[in-house]
Design a protein around this ligand. Sequence first.
Ligand code: SF4
Length: 403
Amino acid sequence: MYERRQTKQITVGKVPVGGGAPISVQSMTTTKTADVEGTLQQIYALAAAGCDIVRCTCNEKEAAEGLAQIVPRSPIPIIADIHHQYKMALAAMEAGVHGLRLNPGNIRKPEHIKAVASEARDRNIPIRIGVNGGSLDPALYEKHNGLTAAAMVESAMQEMAYFHEVDFGLMKISVKASNVPLMVEAYRMLADATDVPLHLGVTEAGPPPMGLVKATAGIGTLLLEGIGDTIRYSLTADPVEEAKAGRQLLEALGLRERKNVDLIACPSCGRAEIDVIDVANRAMKAFEDKKLPLQIAVMGCVVNGPGEAREADLGIAAGNKRGHLFVKGRNVAVVPESEMVEALVEWAEFINEHGTEAAIARADTARAEREAAKDRSQLLDEKGDDANNAGERIVEIRRTVGD
Ligand code: SF4
């Protein structure tokens, strides 16, 4: 759908990154890497939530030893995150990791960088050059008069030059900052300067919902420009939330095949016949673990709901204490209001197995449409076109403040 920037392809374990491969979702464990069972538990939860590649810190000998046990049991490739100690990168490779992340801001000695890149070259292990605005090399900070997009890009290019000196080319790059416009500018500059695959992220985005908003603004903007080969949401939250958010963003942009329910719901208004927020939340919960690649709508009233959500595979709209189910805009059944969520699940499972046409064919659509029309006209009679009683309110306002 979007013209993607042409990049080289590397592979992290079995996951291709760049070169037209599906954009992958990454996250990072929050456990101590030495805690093998705890870390694996988190990795399995991340994989189930749609994470393709996971990063674990490798900050001490015990972490590297933990990685040696985690790698063979992990369902997804493991990247070791390295700061300050280049020897931890060598230890992680010895442990069998599928990739490394180096921060050029805190491993600065050229001989250390080249020692890691030479070993990675011999072992065929890719490395991410992970520039981070908060830990930029002080020399570059000074040269550029502070943290700028150009300073971050120069840091990445310097590191890449060291890699090239030892004939190492299996890399991807990130230039993350917590400031969204700055991060977007840095990635745009980088995309002009190199065809190395890019890992997108807004660093230290914070807790949801603000963290989600910031990360989505930065990552989404770049993806819509065709920039980005792999993404990570850095949230102050359970990493499973990061994986879900990454996956949902890619599905929403049409960049990854839909695996889960896309629940759409009206924002509710004065016409709503039910507590839309409650029903939508209960529906989200009911579909959470079901891998149904369908768009499902929860609409507050039968007056406008079925029409507004006519593109959805399945939907339900409330009216007169009843739920009116519709498939691709066609009314198919009427259920009591208390059974709306259960009915959605039952019909969604049927559609997933047999398709929307079969669902319409099995329904008494004439009856369902008659019932919906009855409830719709009754609601229109009660509330008319003025669902918010604006006419009465205006009279009252004028009475209060005078004409
Ligand atoms: S008119 Fe009906 S469907 Fe539209 S927002 Fe209001 S309650 Fe929801």
